[in-house]
Design a protein around this ligand. Structure first.
Ligand SMILES: [Zn+2]
Length: 295
């Protein structure tokens, strides 16, 4: 299944080739960055006609393709020893004779400074037939020296109509449900597809919506308690902020009263500030607490 992108993201993705070896995929949580990276690995290695039956496709589908390497944090960070280990593995030739090896850093903002400097050396003299993709919600947390080695692809939210049509035609969701999920996900393709496919994800998002209601009606003290509870999960925080944005925009459309309108506008600005703030290298818990005080 081909991922759905914002038209500008689609244009940037179509330019990706082995001519360049390092890419920075930048954008909010659950927008489709990881899905796109895995889809690209498949495109670059597939030897069959329908993207299903060749060995590469089968192994990528099963999550066991040896030329698709995902580096994730050991505990809280991707440390320099992980990058050294990777460097050692990359000295070997790729497993497939004609294919392309892909290394995904997920999330790249969890690379320590030391690890980023070590990665920089690899990016400066990349091994043959290897593409590096750094996934991040916090591009400012990546060293300028590393960023400048990478082509940046920005992932933006997708218009609801396009997302609804995608869910109906590609994910095979009933039309009415597709429209509802596209509305809920606020243009986050990854979230919409996850909600369509996974009952547990729908329940988790319902909780996020309840938390958004609580946040909007609670005292600052209660909000801070909730922030402390949610901060450990980036996915929950992302869903909470999506649900908050959606609720506030609905309230804005429904309200007539000038003082309520200006209060909602201020809350939306606070959410906007939070998104800008959390794109920088700040402690996610501190960013969320800032939002709770700001709302
Ligand atoms: Zn194939």
């Amino acid at each position: 299944m081909k991922p759905l992108w914002h038209p500008q993201t689609a244009a940037a993705v179509s330019q990706i080739s082995t001519q360049s070896t390092s890419y920075l995929f930048s954008g909010p949580q659950q927008i489709g960055k990881r899905t796109t990276a895995v889809w690209l690995a498949r495109q670059l290695n597939c030897t069959c006609s329908d993207n299903r039956q060749c060995q590469s496709c089968t192994l990528i589908q099963a999550g066991s393709f040896p030329d698709l390497i995902t580096v994730t944090p050991d505990e809280t960070a991707i440390g320099v020893s992980q990058v050294h280990l990777l460097n050692h593995d990359l000295r070997l030739n790729p497993y497939s004779r004609d294919g392309v090896r892909m290394v995904i850093f997920d999330p790249a903002e969890s690379l320590t400074i030391e690890a980023q400097n070590s990665l920089l050396k690899i990016l400066e003299e990349p091994p043959s037939r290897t593409i590096f993709i750094l996934l991040t919600t916090q591009p400012d947390a990546i060293l300028p020296t590393v960023r400048s080695r990478c082509q940046t692809v920005y992932f933006a939210t997708v218009p609801a109509a396009a997302l609804g049509a995608y869910l109906t035609n590609e994910v095979r969701v009933d039309h009415t449900e597709a429209i509802r999920l596209a509305d809920i996900a606020e243009g986050h393709v990854g979230l919409a597809v996850q909600l369509a496919a996974d009952q547990a994800a729908r329940q988790s998002f319902q909780q996020a919506e309840q938390s958004a209601d609580q946040v909007l009606s609670a005292s600052i003290f209660e909000r801070l308690l909730l922030a402390a509870k949610l901060a450990a999960s980036t996915e929950l925080v992302s869903q909470l902020t999506i649900a908050l944005g959606r609720k506030l925009r609905h309230q804005l459309r429904a309200s007539q009263d000038p003082s309520t309108l200006s209060q909602i506008a201020n809350q939306l600005q606070a959410l906007e500030r939070y998104h800008r703030f959390s794109a920088r290298k700040v402690n996610p818990k501190a960013a969320l607490e800032g939002l709770m005080l700001d709302l």
